[in-house]
Design a protein around this ligand. Structure first.
Ligand code: KG4
Ligand code: ZN
Length: 338
C-alpha cells in the first residue's frame, strides 16, 4: 500500500511516500526558516503564502524521489489540525484536489497523532506505552493502548516546551528556531552557573508549566544587563534553562509510568530531537527500569512521513479504503485523546 503524506500545519511544507507503513520511499521537507527568522518566530500569513508557493514542487519531488506516479498512490493522508489555519488549509485543499481529480481515498490526520506514531517508521513498539509529545505547540503525556487509543494524562497549562526554547533564544538574540541553537549553546555552558526554577505544580500532577521558567530567564538577562551577574554567559543561561526543562520533562515522564504501571516510553515532537533530553530519559529512565524509544531527529520535527504513517495505521483495518472525504475540514485547535 502506497501512502502519500502531506503536512503543512506550521512552517514546514512536507510530502512523503510510504510503502506498507514502514518502508519510506521519500520524505521531502521544505522549511521557511529564512522567511521567519528575522521576526524571531513564525508569521502565520507568511507561512500560509509560502506553503502555496512550494506545495506542488514538494509533492512532485517526493514522487520523483520515490519513483512512483500519482496514479500508483493508494491513499492520501493529510494533516487536518491542530496548527495555523492558513497553513493547514493549503495542505488540506491540495490533498482534496488530488483526491478528487485522481479519485483516490483521502484521510485527515491529527498532527499530534503523527508525532506520536513517528517512531513506528523505525520499528513497531508493543502497546501499551507512555508517550511524551514535546513540540513547539504542545507538551502532552499520553497513555497509548493501541492505534487510535490515546488517553491524555497531562498537558502544559501555559507555554509548550518548544515554545519556551524559542522564546529564550529570542531573548538571548540567538535566532529562530530556538531549540537547536539553545542546545548548541548549552554544550558550551555550565548548567549550575544559575539554577532556574522547576515547576512541578501540585503533588502528583502530570501537567506542565514553563511560563515561570521563561520569566525567570528574562529576569536573569535583565539583571545581567544592569551589571548584576556579569559572570553569566549566554551559554550558561542556555545550559541552566535547558537543564530545568529536561529535569521536569524526565521527572513527569517517570511519574506517568509509575502511575500507569508501564515501563515503555516514546518521546516525540521537535523537542525530542534534543540530545540532552534523549540522554537523560535513557539514563534516568533506565535507572527506573524504563525502556525508551525516540524517532530519528529528522522525524521528531515536522515531517510528512509521520502523517503518512499515522494515515496508514488509521486505515489498515478499513481496507480497501474508499471515499475521498471532500467534506474534510481543518481545525486549528483539534485535540487528541480523551
Ligand atoms: O514538532 P515541531 O517541528 O513543530 C510543532 O509541531 O510545533 O517542533 C518545533 C519545536 C520548536 O519549538 C523548536 O525550537 C523545537 O521543536 N526544537 C527543539 C530542538 N529542535 C527543535 N527543542 C530543543 N532542542 C532541539 N534540538
Ligand atoms: Zn509538530
Amino acid at each position: 500500500m502506497l501512502v502519500l503524506g502531506i503536512e503543512t500545519s506550521c512552517d514546514e511544507t512536507a510530502a512523503a511516500i510510504l510503502k506498507d507503513g514502514s518502508h519510506l520511499l521519500s520524505s521531502i521537507i521544505s522549511d521557511q526558516i529564512i522567511i521567519h527568522s528575522k521576526y524571531g518566530g513564525v508569521v502565520p500569513e507568511l507561512a500560509g503564502r509560502s506553503h502555496v508557493e512550494s506545495i506542488h514542487q514538494v509533492i512532485e519531488k517526493s514522487l520523483n524521489e520515490a519513483k512512483v506516479t500519482l496514479k500508483q498512490i493508494d491513499l492520501i493522508a493529510v494533516t487536518k489540525g491542530p496548527g495555523l489555519i492558513a497553513s493547514l488549509l493549503v495542505g488540506l485543499n491540495t490533498a482534496k484536489a488530488l483526491a478528487y481529480a485522481l479519485n483516490k481515498p483521502l484521510i485527515g490526520v491529527n498532527h499530534l497523532e503523527g508525532h506520536l506514531l513517528a517512531v513506528f517508521l523505525q520499528e513497531t513498539i508493543e502497546f501499551p506505552f507512555i508517550a511524551l509529545t514535546v513540540s513547539g505547540g504542545h507538551t502532552e503525556l499520553y497513555r497509548v493502548d493501541g492505534f487510535g487509543m490515546y488517553k491524555k494524562l497531562g498537558r502544559t497549562r501555559d507555554d509548550a516546551a518548544g515554545e519556551s526554547f524559542d522564546k529564550v533564544a529570542k531573548m538571548l538574540k540567538l535566532g529562530y528556531p530556538g531549540g537547536p541553537v539553545i542546545e548548541k549553546m548549552a554544550r558550551l555552558g555550565n548548567p549550575s552557573a544559575h539554577r532556574f526554577p522547576r515547576s512541578f505544580l501540585e503533588k502528583g500532577s502530570l501537567d506542565f508549566s514553563f511560563s515561570g521558567l521563561k520569566t525567570s530567564v528574562r529576569n536573569v538577562i535583565a539583571k545581567r544587563e544592569h551589571g548584576e551577574r556579569p559572570d553569566l554567559s549566554d551559554a550558561d543561561i542556555s545550559a541552566g534553562f535547558q537543564e530545568a526543562v529536561v529535569d521536569v520533562l524526565t521527572a513527569k515522564l517517570i511519574m506517568a509510568c509509575e502511575q500507569e504501571g508501564l515501563d515503555r516510553v516514546v518521546v516525540t515532537g521537535g523537542v525530542a530531537a534534543n540530545g540532552a533530553l534523549r540522554e537523560r530519559v535513557v539514563s534516568e529512565g533506565g535507572e527506573n527500569g524504563l525502556k525508551a524509544w525516540f524517532p530519528k531527529p529528522v522525524f521528531c520535527t515536522d515531517n510528512a512521513a509521520m502523517i503518512a504513517c499515522a494515515g496508514y495505521h488509521k486505515c489498515l483495518d478499513k481496507l480497501p479504503v474508499s471515499g475521498n472525504a471532500l467534506d474534510l475540514d481543518a481545525s486549528a485547535t483539534l485535540k487528541l485523546g480523551l
